[in-house]
Ligand binder design. Structure first.
Ligand SMILES: [Fe+2]
Length: 199
């Protein structure tokens, strides 16, 4: 079988150590104290200035490196000949802190190739769709096939609730949104876009 027009959603166990995640969380709250943030797709939540890949905090630098290298690995997955040295990879990253009730409206990330979300703190107590990310299949005509063969790429939507430490990477054209966080624990993610330009 040759796979035709599907959209991949990579769910990666980043293997970020617990200690590093703790330091990231600490640094994120310090950054928030000095950054009023942006109002984009976020409702109630805080969206930081998108300068994460330029910041100097050791913990942030380290997770940005992990995010960037995951894009290189994915590219290599699709094309074993891919050599990062021949490309200029540009990253823009920001932090989302969604308190109880915080959500993100449906959006894409134009002018990027791959987008990613690192789950820094995902509440474990769950109720309904709390804190889930939902992707919309660009091909809505596949829904009848999805009735026959669900979860094989034809479904009109896909919902996931990644765990803390997991990294989700998807093509930037995919529409996605985040359900309100119904938990008392903040849902903290690092989001990023990447552009991979030939040198
Ligand atoms: Fe997004």
């Amino acid at each position: 079988m040759q796979i035709g027009f599907t959209s991949p959603i990579h769910i990666i166990n980043s293997e970020i150590e617990e200690n590093l995640l703790k330091n990231v969380i600490k640094d994120i709250y310090t950054i928030r104290d000095n950054d009023t943030g942006f109002n984009l797709s976020n409702n109630l939540g805080w969206h930081s200035t998108p300068d994460l890949f330029l910041r100097n905090e050791a913990s942030i630098k380290e997770v940005c490196k992990i995010c960037a290298s995951s894009i290189g690995s994915i590219m290599k997955n699709y094309n074993p000949e891919f050599n990062a040295e021949n490309f200029d990879a540009r990253f823009v990253g920001w932090i989302n802190v969604n308190p109880k009730g915080g959500s993100n409206n449906l959006h894409t990330h134009p002018n990027s190739h791959w987008s990613g979300v690192l789950y820094v703190q995902q509440p474990t107590e769950v109720e309904g769709y709390s804190g889930m990310i939902e992707f919309i299949n660009p091909n809505q005509e596949g829904r009848d096939l999805a009735n026959l063969i669900p979860q094989r790429g034809f479904d009109p939507i896909m919902r996931i609730r990644p765990k803390s430490g997991q990294l989700v990477i998807f093509p930037s054209y995919l529409l996605h949104s985040v359900y309100p966080n119904n938990s008392d624990t903040d849902r903290i993610t690092i989001a990023f876009n990447s552009q991979i330009l030939k040198k």
